[in-house]
Design a protein. Structure first.
Length: 149
């Protein structure tokens, strides 16, 4: 069987991801790695400062994704992660780009883009989940995107 995860197959079946992975200029491995990470962490609740399956916050979740699947060590905080890579226009996003949102006066939320306007992140209410950039909550709070790969 192809290395697609169960989550990837479900997303394709529901039309949330294209059936041909065109992640990161045609590299399906990036998309597969992100969806594998989703499979591993799905159901994990949010915990501020958390770094494990008992509870994780957004920056730790992204830090673990990049280290495990791409061999890239990221700083622990979203503010520090926001300073890395190259800024990318929202209209030019690729799978694997980091997305940053202003969720409070000083709070920054980080997520990873998976394509088709969807992203993977840790919600404070629903834990590890997929969301859509067109949802009004996220559209209003989008700050910027950074490309690390």
């Amino acid at each position: 069987m192809h290395a697609w995860s169960c989550a990837a197959l479900l997303l394709v079946a529901h039309g949330l991801l294209p059936s041909k992975a065109m992640a990161n200029d045609g590299n399906p491995n990036v998309e597969e790695a992100i969806l594998e990470h989703y499979d591993e962490w799905r159901g994990t609740r949010h915990k501020l400062g958390g770094t494990s399956h008992a509870g994780v916050d957004c920056s730790s979740f992204i830090q673990k994704l990049y280290e495990k699947h791409f061999g890239i060590e990221l700083p622990r905080s979203s503010r520090e992660q926001m300073q890395l890579g190259t800024t990318v226009d929202k209209s030019n996003l690729r799978t694997g780009d980091l997305l940053f949102f202003r969720t409070g006066p000083t709070l920054k939320h980080v997520a990873v883009y998976i394509g088709n306007n969807r992203f993977l992140h840790v919600s404070t209410r629903r834990g590890v989940m997929l969301s859509d950039l067109d949802e009004s909550y996220w559209r209003k709070r989008f700050l910027k995107a950074q490309r690390l790969m």
